[in-house]
Design a protein around this ligand. Structure first.
Ligand code: 3MF
Ligand code: MG
Length: 365
């Protein structure tokens, strides 16, 4: 009887799982993830690593997707004419093609320029807001010239340190206006919002995926507005990263992820995936795998930082280790005893369920 109930439960709840078990995961990262080690308290500790050399490492390391900031593709893009920008983009496109790499997205780096000290799309200065929109259009041009379908908005400086300095209601309306202007500027590009609750601002606008999804539905073309969820960003908001991913997946709005980890509510650490909370990492993989994420070509993106103590070839170990950990956890998800799980859920024995998960993660029977 119990077994029959379990079989029915399996059919109802998990029938998608066998299909998603076939997912061949593809991995991506951005050139900033192989860094020279500077932090707010100290300078670079490793020699500069040219982008061309980084691209050559992707495939051997097991990665095929490249995430870009606009000026990773075209350095000094502000000083170049539109023709020069397109010419430089074409050389990067060739370089990627030669290495068998796919550009996953381009993100306008709106947190560096002097015009964005008070925010970009939500700045109190109309001229600075215009600058932000123009720069974003350039990013879209670069994405299109790379044959890349998405622009990521990490809304770094949108927010305020002094609540009274901005009208938050108007700021949210401005963000929506910008999204609509972007959708209008290019009829195919997708906008992927990467929420983060703080840093560099103390309280950021669009702190969670719920905010991003609300903006998507309110926009003029909801199908083209999605989210990119970073583990550490969800944790900094005090939320469970796997639940954030599940929310986006339930709305068919998860375009990409930035898997990493975070030790407590401190600065954004970009630790290796699973490095602080292995069970939390397992649950993110479980949610992605069960939803078939990756089956339509979505990338598993990593946003992890090399430790400052690493040198030489070790400067890529954080990427390969995080990728390997993801794949080990995929095996853990696939080998998890769903029948036993169903029985424990049916019996409402969540004590047993939790202990079984912990033993499974430790490789114990
Ligand atoms: C900041 C981030 C960013 C974004 C990147 C792409 C520098 O916490 O996570 O990394 O991921 O800008 O949008
Ligand atoms: Mg990120």
């Amino acid at each position: 009887m119990v077994n029959q109930v379990v079989e029915i439960f399996w059919e109802m709840c998990c029938s998608e799982a066998p299909m998603s078990q076939q997912t061949q995961y593809r991995f991506s990262f951005g050139p900033w993830n192989i860094s020279e080690g500077a932090d707010p308290f100290g300078p670079e500790v490793r020699a500069v690593f040219p982008h061309e050399e980084k691209f050559a490492l992707y495939r051997p390391l097991g990665f095929e997707g490249v995430q870009f900031h606009d000026d990773d593709v075209v350095p000094d893009l502000e000083t170049l004419s539109p023709d020069q920008v397109l010419k430089k983009t074409a050389t990067v496109k060739t370089m990627l093609g030669n290495q068998g790499l796919t550009p996953e997205f381009v993100a306008p780096r709106l947190w560096f320029p002097a015009q964005t000290v008070d925010g970009a799309y939500t700045s109190n200065s109309a001229a600075d807001r215009q600058y932000a929109l123009d720069r974003t259009r350039k990013s879209i041009d670069i994405a299109r010239a790379l044959d890349c379908k998405a622009v990521v908005l990490w809304l770094a400086r949108e927010g305020s340190y002094i609540r009274e300095s901005k009208n938050a209601r108007i700021a949210y309306q401005r963000l929506l206006e910008t999204i609509n202007q972007m959708l209008d500027y290019d009829k195919e590009i997708e906008i992927w919002i990467e929420p983060k609750p703080n840093e560099p601002t103390d309280q950021a606008y669009v702190p969670t995926i719920g905010h991003a999804v609300a903006l998507a539905y309110a926009s003029n073309d909801p199908k083209r507005v999605k989210g990119l969820i970073e583990t550490a960003h969800a944790l900094l908001a005090g939320l469970d990263a796997s639940d954030e991913m599940a929310f986006a997946l339930a709305h068919d709005k998860l375009a990409s992820v930035h898997l990493n980890d975070q030790n407590g509510l401190k600065y954004d650490q970009d630790k290796n995936f699973g490095g602080a909370n292995l069970r939390g990492a397992f649950n993110q993989v479980r949610v992605l795998e069960e939803a078939g994420f990756g089956g339509k070509g979505e990338f598993i993106g990593l946003d992890v930082k090399a430790m400052r103590t690493q040198q030489g070839r070790g400067v890529t170990a954080h990427l390969t280790n995080s990728r390997s950990l993801f794949l080990y956890l995929v095996e853990k998800v696939r080998s998890w005893d769903r029948i036993a799980e169903g029985q424990m859920i049916e019996a409402r024995d969540y004590e047993a369920l939790e202990f079984a998960i912990l033993k499974h993660l430790m490789g114990l029977k």
